[in-house]
Ligand binder design. Structure first.
Ligand code: NAG
Length: 138
């Protein structure tokens, strides 16, 4: 009896590890942050959401950031997308977290973004470098 229970538990753990899901609550919690680095006096409007959560319309002043915590769903389809606007760009749509793109790139911790006058930088948790990810449309 004890042996069977042990085998079952071992198999469940192997399966969870094999498909790359987190096991403890700490590992499961991720954080996305989006920081306004547009320059003095420049506000940014931001509206982020997923299929299930609307994080609301935000006005973020230069130097401030907006962030939230979440956990990946078990289907591996977690997606948060945002609509952003500022003085020079009326409307820009981008994915702030997409499981397929970011699970490894953001090193399992979530994703950090820096919104600048040139475009949007994303932090690569694998390399430890900020990468230029999105250029504003002309
Ligand atoms: C930026 O946002 C702040 C806070 O809502 C507001 O007081 C300020 O007038 C805004 N600045 C501009 C340039 O819109």
């Amino acid at each position: 009896m004890g042996g069977l229970a042990k085998i079952r538990r071992h198999h469940v753990v192997s399966l969870v590890v094999a498909i790359g899901l987190c096991i403890t609550a700490v590992e499961c919690t991720k954080h996305v942050s989006i920081k306004n680095s547009l320059g003095s006096g420049k506000n940014m409007s931001l509206h982020c959401q997923s299929k299930d959560n609307d994080l609301g319309q935000q006005n973020i002043e230069n130097g401030n950031e907006f962030g939230w915590d979440f956990s990946d769903n078990v289907f591996g389809s977690t997606l948060f997308f945002c609509d952003l606007g500022w003085q020079n760009v009326e409307h820009y749509h981008f994915d702030a977290y997409s499981f397929g793109r970011d699970r490894v790139r953001c090193d399992g911790a979530g994703c950090s973004w820096l919104v600048s006058a040139e475009g949007i930088y994303g932090f690569n948790g694998q390399t430890g470098f900020w990468e230029f990810m999105f250029q504003w449309p002309n």
